[in-house]
Design a binder for this molecule. Structure first.
Ligand code: UD1
Ligand code: UDP
Length: 360
């Protein structure tokens, strides 16, 4: 029996870990202990995912949310170290690129506990993004780097990471999209709840620090989204970071044409994605989910880690927000999904990860 400590804390990590925890439950050679750092803490940013996706209740909840990077990461490091000293696992499993990821990896490497990083090798090559720093440092100290794509493998090769450490398994988010996508069809009532018609609305999410923390850029984004919303129904589940940032710039949500809703659980989110006619986002996960559910995507960023989506015409980067209205029209006129492609594995990534860790 091998013992894994999983460190999670932010919304996308609950979704990724759900698939792996399910594979663990099907494999009696592995015991998983879950540590929730508390980075995301609102019920609709955290609890709902555990409830809906059947993720086991965390064994430890560290209660560390909010605060600047140093405070947040530092407090997590202190508390995760205490847990690891007590649990003495064979592996620490970390996901993605958040402060919870980095804190978990740093705590483990100093205690000489092997680290497995799921979603390793992603790079935006923009070191002003906190996520880019978290990824580079986590990959550097990890012992097994589970990569979702060939591009990720190449990035790690270029950084001189030992080839034996790299294991391409595909993307656990594809596993999640397949499994929960079916459940969403029968369970979700989100369309009727918000009076939305099938394939008759645009779904939008905005939360990335580079977009929300610069008031001019945020105004520019929302002025242009407002223009789109005068022509199309535009639904936007509002991330708490963006809610705070919009309040700071005095944006009047009541007077807006944008249909702001609270963050939704994964099952409703999948339904919104599947039934939207187009997605506008700056989220990493949502860019891929647009592709999984065969919906066109416009990404409000200067670059992306998921380059294969752009190269294959599934996703368009929008760097000049004044072009958004025209780009929406262009995207709505395209059909890029006639030929089926599998850019992110076979939907069995979680099983591959668990089997690999067990045999190591
Ligand atoms: C974090 C990750 C980002 C990821 C995103 C997923 C880092 C550096 N960033 O960004 O990579 O894409 O999660 O959503 O780790 N807040 C609440 N309630 C919550 C969660 C957050 O009110 O449940 C507020 C807090 O005031 C907090 C702010 O939102 O200070 C930002 O949260 P934080 O976790 O620091 O960063 P995110 O923007 O969520
Ligand atoms: N998501 C969700 N509810 C929402 C918005 C997003 O369940 O209201 C899901 C989305 O489907 C995806 C994940 O959260 O699986 C993406 O997380 P986020 O955009 O917060 O972070 P990122 O992927 O950019 O790190």
């Amino acid at each position: 029996m091998i013992k894994i400590v999983t460190i999670i804390g932010a919304r996308p990590q609950f979704i990724k870990a759900a698939t792996v925890s399910r594979a663990v439950a099907e494999n009696n050679g592995v015991k998983e202990t879950i540590v929730h750092t508390g980075q995301h803490f609102d019920a609709n940013m955290s609890d709902i995912f555990f409830e809906e996706m059947g993720i086991p209740k965390p064994d430890y909840h560290l209660g560390i949310g909010g605060g600047g990077h140093g405070l947040q990461t530092g407090q997590m490091l202190i508390k995760i170290e205490e847990v690891l000293l007590k649990e003495k696992p064979d592996w620490v499993l970390v996901y993605g690129d958040t402060n919870s990821t980095l804190a978990g990896a740093l705590a483990a490497v100093k205690l000489h506990i092997p680290i497995a990083h799921v979603e390793a090798g992603l790079r935006s090559f923009n070191r002003r993004m906190p996520e880019e720093i978290n990824r580079i440092l986590t990959d550097d100290v990890s012992d097994i780097l589970f990569t979702p794509t060939e591009t990720a493998v190449k990035n790690l090769n270029q950084e001189g990471i030992q080839k034996e450490k790299i294991c391409k398994v595909g993307d656990v988010m594809f596993d999640a999209a397949l499994f929960y996508g079916q459940i969403a069809e029968s369970k979700s009532k989100v369309l009727s709840q918000y009076g939305l018609n099938i394939k008759n609305f645009i779904l939008c999410t905005i939360h990335r620090a580079e977009n929300t923390d610069n008031p001019e850029r945020l105004k520019d984004i929302f002025n242009n989204l407002e223009l789109v919303a005068t022509k199309h129904t535009l639904v936007l589940p509002l991330h708490p970071r963006t809610k705070g940032a919009l309040e700071k710039i005095g944006f009047d949500r009541e007077a807006s044409n944008i249909k702001f809703i609270d963050p939704v659980g994964y099952i409703d989110m999948v339904m919104l994605e599947k039934q939207s006619k187009l997605i506008i986002t700056d989220s990493g996960g949502v860019q891929k989910e647009a592709y999984f559910h065969k919906v066109g995507c416009l990404t409000l960023r200067d670059e992306t880690e998921w380059v294969e989506l752009v190269q294959n015409g599934y996703n368009v980067l929008i760097k000049d927000f004044n072009k958004l209205v025209d780009e929406v029209d262009t995207a709505l006129g395209k059909n890029q999904f006639e030929k089926e492609t599998f850019l992110y594995g076979n939907g069995d990534s979680a099983k591959l990860i668990v089997d690999f860790l067990r045999q190591k």
